[in-house]
Design a protein around this ligand. Structure first.
Ligand code: OOB
Length: 537
């Protein structure tokens, strides 16, 4: 039995139901992967730069890593913080840990000491796995710093030149791994994308995460013909399992890892590897659309572009098919579980204007007002959810869990949504992302969307700034499109917004034109960082 502070269990009647109805299988993620590797042995599983691994080779590499980690003395059930960029190593280490029953804490390359140290402490990790140097950042220094202050950490394993630590390539040879993980237990710990406070850890069990990947592969119509390009960091839920790497492996397709999400890098890979599916966050879509206007590389193999992680405005959404020549799928997901997808056969209007509908027939959703009661159909409220792949509690966070998970197991997402008659959800913002302008509520998301409709604006973020009279006012921070010419003035923007029928109190009070907007570890516009920069003189 696992510790309830680590994994809040689903109630017994639901466990029975999810098993009986086939959502949950009996295998661990490693057993699933072994099955795929056996079935597709000679096919290409992974392409990274010049390196190509068949399923059999990837399986062998995972086996070696599992044995080596065990031989080092890392026991099943222990945690290891993994922070690897898109490389063969991130895939091999993940699969190797799953085989050894070691629980990977999947951090992203852009995380820094603050997050890594916190996650090592929170998880009681015994190992930290990272590159030597990545994008100019020396992880050996970070490893030395956290080793000095985190007593749980016994091993630092690094790719490249390990300095005083152990090279990942030098793992000892070990014996075959014995013992079997509990399919109901934790397979991986994902880092929450939450915008407030320190990152939380989300326990994903073997059977819920397997379902997450398989059902996502089905919704995308993935087959062994597909070539999936991971442009986002592979340890993020979206490229990892929605359907991402795991979903592609489950059908015998090929995964190509891009070292970066830029159009320059990705377009080359799409052309060379005949990529069919990829996933992006909205800021990257806007960059890709700009680049596609002049870039002549052949993108014709691409059949599906998944976009999620933040709200995609309808104007940009409508440009995907003409600009990139592929279908768009909107994905509104969260590391905590619930995934919403527009379906491949949804009408165009739905695909460009909604963020999809729940993946599973067993997903339950409610849209609630501040009193916790359901709002009228079609009204905006906070999304609550339960289901076969949605957490029942964060890892080792009992106080926080009392706030965000209700007694009857509803996870309060903090997202504001509206449900359409078709069952599709439109994301209207975050509960906390509302600017209280002298008592009137300005939805930052709504205003951002109107700003993005302006031809000179490429990216937009609306943040609250303190104001003596109104309490808070809205500040729009924007970047310009390459052919924008001169920056619009605030007065001109207001006239533009009025022309779109936007009420005056919804207009921004301040305008800042920036060269670029800061982004989070997965590439979403980082509004917390923008607010901090705007707020400081
Ligand atoms: C994905 O996961 P996280 O955990 O990094 O972030 C989740 C949050 C959601 O609660 C929501 O606030 C926002 O990101 N979000 C969206 C969105 N998709 C995610 N907001 C508006 N529109 C969307 N399409 O970001 C994630 C996980 C799996 C698949 C896709 C995205």
């Amino acid at each position: 039995m696992s510790d309830p502070a680590d994994l809040t269990p689903w109630p017994a009647d639901l466990v029975d139901r999810y098993v009986a109805e086939g959502y949950w299988g009996a295998a661990t993620l490693d057993e699933e992967f072994r099955g795929w590797a056996a079935r597709f042995a000679g096919r290409t599983a992974l392409v990274v730069g010049e390196r190509r691994l068949t399923y059999a080779e990837l399986d062998e590499a995972a086996e070696r890593t599992a044995r080596g980690l065990r031989a080092l003395g890392i026991a099943a059930g222990e945690r290891a913080v993994v922070q690897l960029p898109n490389s063969a190593d991130v895939v091999i280490v993940l699969l190797g840990m799953l085989r050894a029953g070691i629980v990977p804490v999947l951090t992203l390359p852009a995380h820094r000491r603050n997050e890594i140290e916190h996650l090592v402490r929170l998880s009681g990790a015994v190992a930290y796995v990272a590159p030597d140097v990545h994008e100019g950042f020396d992880h050996r220094e970070l490893a030395a710093e956290i080793s000095a202050v985190c007593p749980s950490l016994r091993h630092v394993l690094l790719t490249g030149d390990p300095g005083p630590f152990t090279a990942l390539a030098d793992l000892p040879e070990g014996e075959p791994v014995t013992g079997r993980a509990d399919p109901a237990g934790i397979a991986v710990l994902l880092v929450s994308g939450g915008t407030t406070g320190r990152p939380k850890l989300i326990p994903r069990t073997h059977r819920d995460y397997t379902y997450n990947a398989l059902a996502s592969a089905a919704v995308c119509g993935l087959s062994e013909e597909d070539v999936y390009l991971a442009c986002l960091p592979a340890a993020h839920n979206f490229p990892l399992a929605c359907p991402g790497l795991l979903g592609t492996f489950s059908v015998g397709g090929t995964v190509v890892l891009a070292p970066a999400g830029s159009a320059d890098v990705a377009f080359g890979l799409i052309q060379a590897e005949r990529v069919t599916v990829t996933a992006l966050v909205p800021p990257l879509v806007r960059f890709w659309l700009e680049a596609a206007e002049w870039d002549t590389r052949d993108l014709s193999s691409l059949r599906l572009l998944q976009v999620g992680g933040a709200r995609l405005d309808p104007e940009t959404a409508a440009r995907v098919r003409p600009g990139l020549g592929c279908a768009l799928q909107q994905v509104f997901g969260m590391a905590e579980g619930l995934l919403n997808y527009t379906r491949l056969d949804d009408p165009h209007e739905i695909v460009v204007s909604t963020q999809g509908r729940p993946l599973s027939p067993a997903d339950e959703i409610r849209v609630t007002g501040q009193d916790g009661a359901d709002v009228a159909p079609g009204e905006v409220g906070e999304l609550w959810t339960r289901g076969p792949y949605t957490l029942r509690g964060y890892y080792r966070a009992p106080e926080h869990n009392r706030i965000v998970v209700t007694e009857d197991g509803w996870f309060r997402t903090g997202d504001l949504v509206r449900v359409l008659p078709s069952g599709h959800l439109a994301v209207e913002g975050r509960v906390k992302d509302v600017i209280n302008r002298g008592g009137e509520n300005v939805s930052a998301t709504e205003l951002e969307e109107h700003l993005l409709a302006h031809p000179a604006i490429a990216h937009a973020a609306v943040v609250a700034v303190p104001d003596l009279t109104l309490g808070e006012i809205a500040c729009a921070v924007v970047t310009l499109t390459p052919n924008a010419g001169r920056a619009p003035k605030l007065k001109e923007l207001k006239a533009f917004l009025a022309g779109r029928g936007l009420a005056r109190f919804m207009h921004p009070d301040r305008l800042v034109v920036a060269d670029a907007l800061p982004v989070t570890a997965v590439g979403k516009i980082d509004k917390k960082e923008i607010a901090a920069r705007i707020g400081s003189p």
